[in-house]
Write a protein that binds this ligand. Sequence first.
Ligand SMILES: Cc1ncc(COP(=O)(O)O)c(C=O)c1O
Length: 512
Amino acid sequence: MTTRIGRVESAANRQLSEPLPIAGVDRRSRVPLYRQVYDSYREAIVERRLKPGQRLPSTRALATELGISRLPVLVAFEQLLAEGYCESHTGSGTFVASSLPVEPLEPSIAGLSEPAFEAPRRVAPGPAVRAQPGPPWLRYGGPFSIGQVSLEHFPRRVWATLVARYARSTDPAITRYPDALGYRPFREALAAYLRTARSVRCDPDQILVVSGSQQALELIARVLLEPGDVAWVEDPGYWGVRRVLETRGARALPVPIDDEGLDVEEGRRRERQRVLQGRLAFVTPSHQFPLGSTMSASRRLQLLDWARTEGTWVIEDDYNSEYRYETQPVSSLQGMDRAARVVYVGTLSKVLFPALRLGYMVLPPDLVPHFAGARRAVDIAPPTLLQAALADFLTEGHFARHLRRTRELYRERRGALIAALDATFGDAIDILGDHAGLHLTVRFEGDPPDVAIAERAGTYGLRALPLSTLCLEETCRGLVLGYGGLALEDIDQAVRDLRSAIDETEAPEAVL
Ligand SMILES: Cc1ncc(COP(=O)(O)O)c(C=O)c1O
């Protein structure tokens, strides 16, 4: 029930010469009465229905008019006084503050519906940043989704204990503003792991903890690239790199991939031909994304040579090197670098789970202050709590155990997927890449249109990623199939659905 007071002209309110254009109160509302009175007056003042200097009714008169007790009116007026909307003159009442500007505020503030000025110019979001749902392969979850991992073996109880250990802590090391590089014990644990497992040359002071490797790529673009600069990118390659180059206004120089990884000679040839000089090169040497090749030793040395002689940088994205099934994990490129030109990037998105949003960079020592400065400007530092829990997760051996178990699990899934693909497609497909990672890439005989197939596969809930969407200048068609989140018992059905999607795709050249 709303009591309106559109005209407040009672005897008790004779001081007013004009009706007050304020709203009434609604007793059934969950909004407290004082708040309703306050909001009404505040709005009337902001919109200039009440002018500076104008007298407000007495609290007694207003309470009577509204049919409520005086207390909420008193509280509302006190609030208006405290916030400077009103002023009180002893003995003569409450007035709209005379210091308020007479003209209404800019419409952008007073009338929120209408923008007062044109939005400032800014970089338009690239295709990959546009709103969901988008094509099926950009949606998370479902068979073949490349971002999914298995939590089957994740030691949830241990994890909960470790997180609780620090959630209860009032230790300043856990609660104060953190070091921009990240929580030191976590960096120490990471450095020890990277030195032994990845042959990375580092100490904890070179490590910058980031919110996933995507943030590392963004910081790299921010610190090492100017708008218009050129960066070598793998073709086909990771869309996350293109995304940051676009937002930085930098240009990509696509360099083709073969069985040995990035074709460094071809990159140099393109630089000469196009009269360009790359500032840095983004590479995935341990397991090229998406084709799965391992960069050969000679290509690694060529790339390091390029960086050393040209004074450029190599960005090593080591996103899933922990998973190799037939040999030991290959050592990092960073470990071969003697000229401090490699920025190493790692992530916990694959080995643990992506919602952690935690990754790390190993920086050449002279770059550390620049990246720490950029990090402070962005979000100061990553949250300490999870880093502290993870430091213990690493040092107490849970991480190594989890890796061992998941390596077995993914090896099995990979084998089952290959068997199902072979059984269903026989010689009509080519499975690319080494025995590594959490995805594999397939090419089909006759090169049928991969985007149309992936769209069709989306109607079965499949999240196959079309290879052509990862290409810049190269032309290649195929599908990238993630198996990290694909349970063994679902593999056959997923492959059967894929077969149906291919059969149903209208493509004259799809002759499988
Ligand atoms: C090549 C590559 N790098 C990095 C990542 C992981 O990114 P993030 O650490 O931001 O989750 C992925 C995820 O799929 C990837 O494919």
